[in-house]
Design a protein around this ligand. Sequence first.
Ligand code: UD1
Ligand code: CA
Length: 470
Amino acid sequence: MDFGIILAGGRGKRMKAQRPKPLFEVLGIPMLEWVIRSCEAAQAGQLCIVKGYCGEQIDAYLNGRYPTVLQAEQRGTGHAVMQAADFLKQDREGCTLVLCGDAPFLDADTIRKARELHTAQHNAVTVITACLPVPTGYGRIVREGDALAGIVEEKDADETQKRITEINSGAYWFRTGDLLDVLDSLSCDNAAGEYYLTDTVALLLQKGLRAGAYLTEHADVVMGANSQRDLLALNDHARMREIGRHLDNGVIFDCTDGVILSPDVTIGAGTRILPGTILRGKTVIGEGCTVGPNTLLENCTVEDGASLNYVQAYQSLIEKNVRIGPFVHIRPNSRIRQGVRIGDFVEIKNSDIGEGTAIAHLTYVGDSDVGRKVNFGCGTVTVNYDGIMKSRCEIGDHAFIGCNTNLIAPVKLGKYAYTAAGTTVTRDIPEYSLAIDRGAMTVKEGYSLRKFAGKLDFNKSTSIRNEKKK
Ligand code: UD1
Ligand code: CA
């Protein structure tokens, strides 16, 4: 049986945060999750995650998905793997993949190919390496002739070794039994005073075993983050890589400023993505849409031909040819059906909006089922919460809701029902009926003349405010 050990216990000092480094996000996905996904896609073996610094945050994130072991003190990558020794002792015969939780781009293909080389060469350890023009910060691969001789950390390297451009990705395949045999021999006699996992290479070679390197052609797969600067570099890199993938699929970008697309996003050909668009989670956008500027969608499906301008939408379905925005908030569990138009300062929550309905401005629609071709006047509010319970509104096809209508839920409007502007609807309105709820308007003539009697000269154009200052 094979195992995969992901190291996520380190203090991550240079991040200057009370959070395990592997939980920092690249394109909205924790680095740890990127690494887990690569292991899963490569079917690398049974996973175990080493937690340490702020380990409870790792537990909270994983929520029992994978077993973890605790590294109570952060004494280096070798010490981290020692904590997983009991897990590995379940089967000494297979192989163990060790990965760093702070290097999110190591992909399934690289893991698989390294595993093949590891087996073919009968290696005790196979290190995944890359050649970087600027190798600063990484452990250097020391070779004698072609053969691997060891790994030297930057802190411990002399000037000649620092010039080596082949670096350690921090990912390795070990024969499990051989790894277990040398773990106890690691020492912390080095510049950092830590147990380096990298020293296992020299130890295995000393035992007369074989050590190999899988040199990847795609140097970016080894990129890791030790600081906030590095994390930004990873985000920039991933961001442009994702945009590149969509460009190849025929998606149009005039300018990519502020565009952040999660790797799980799908976008149809001919769709235009404008600046400030952030698409998160498993968002799916159809063909021929316009999204942005300044639009954030999370786990939404947007069908062909829709246009979203300054919109935030979450966990919702937006059907064909819908036009939304600017300044619209679509909260979870909403369905906006074909041809709907939603204008500025509208909020929709947990509602189904029927085909061709118009909600042009300043309206809240929550917990409602709205029919086809309904017209919402400006300032309509569904009053769905009485402080204890949420209730639903049902609005029939072709209903016409006057401006500033309050719909006190639960309430039902039949088809072609009308409400007069300013009406507060407290009971159901039958189909084809008008509800009107207003006090009779009275006009008190000469009111302000009496109110300001003697204080103002209404023939001069002085304002009341100026008069008061005097
Ligand atoms: C490590 C390698 C270096 C390699 C680089 C690749 C060692 C000694 N060095 O250096 O050769 O080029 O990765 O990115 O292995 N961790 C723990 N417990 C600890 C210390 C670290 O779990 O006590 C975890 C960290 O959370 C991190 C990973 O191990 O996910 C790597 O640790 P880090 O301190 O970043 O190692 P580097 O200095 O980058
Ligand atoms: Ca690192």
